[in-house]
Design a protein around this ligand. Structure first.
Ligand code: SF4
Length: 237
């Protein structure tokens, strides 16, 4: 399926932005909105995988408190596999991930058995691991291995749908194939990691569930905003 933006006849004037305009504005916003987390300071694919595993059910500030201690104790998949299951459980307890410790050990075991303990680089290999879906696979591929790919979750999909007036076929927009295809087309080559981190932060700080239009650098080109703030023909007197 190809992603269709809102048809011209119903699209407010001024939107959607050109892809390069969107990327440029976003990257400029980056200077005032970027967050710092320990997993953003590493290129270690296992550290990225571990962070994404923790972030699935946990807020980033909470995960940050546990992440570094866990990684220091278990710096690679083999260390997680050989650890006492009870100890791994208690390490993740603070995040409310107690019941997921078994899954983490299963994931690490698969990496040890299939990839000699090294987190795989390529998407098909990542996606074949237990518990790894498209988002985590893309995050590891981009943030760990440095590839310029789209990293789409609920929040970043929300931004793209709003700004570009996308009409996904699926209600679960973050799993919609068309949204992923469109997202891929935006990723600037050579800056994928920086771009994806910025988009994630922008979705959290500005284009959140309740969007903060007043501090957004995209109001003059955002389909969602303009559709509500453009005078209708009958009002434009
Ligand atoms: S104008 Fe509003 S809806 Fe559009 S990107 Fe900015 S915050 Fe999101």
């Amino acid at each position: 399926m190809s992603m269709e933006a809102v048809p011209d006849r119903v699209r407010p004037p001024g939107c959607p932005p050109k892809p390069e305009t969107f990327v440029e504005r976003l990257m400029m916003w980056d200077h005032c909105g970027k967050r710092s987390f320990p997993w953003r300071l590493t290129n270690d694919p296992f550290a990225v995988l571990l962070a994404e595993f923790m972030l699935q059910r946990t807020q980033a500030p909470q995960a940050a408190r546990v992440f570094q201690a866990f990684l220091a104790a278990y710096p690679n998949p083999a260390a997680v596999v050989s650890a006492d299951a009870g100890v791994v459980v208690s390490s993740l307890e603070a995040l409310g991930l107690r019941h997921r410790a078994v899954r983490l050990q299963g994931l690490c075991r698969a990496i040890v058995e299939r990839h000699a303990g090294r987190v795989p680089e390529h998407l098909p290999d990542l996606l074949a691991l237990p518990g790894v879906g498209p988002y985590i696979a893309a995050a590891v591929h981009c943030f760990g291995w440095g590839h310029d790919v789209a990293v789409v979750d609920r929040t970043t999909a929300r931004v793209l749908v709003r700004v570009f007036g996308l009409e996904p076929a699926s209600a679960r927009v973050h799993t919609d194939r068309g949204v992923w295809e469109f997202a891929r087309s935006l990723v600037p080559q050579g800056r994928g990691k920086e771009y994806n981190f910025t988009l994630i932060d922008f979705a959290a700080a500005v284009c959140s569930v309740r969007p903060k239009h007043s501090v957004c650098p995209l109001t003059d080109a955002c389909c969602y905003y303009l559709s509500d703030h453009t005078p209708k023909a009958s009002q434009a007197v």
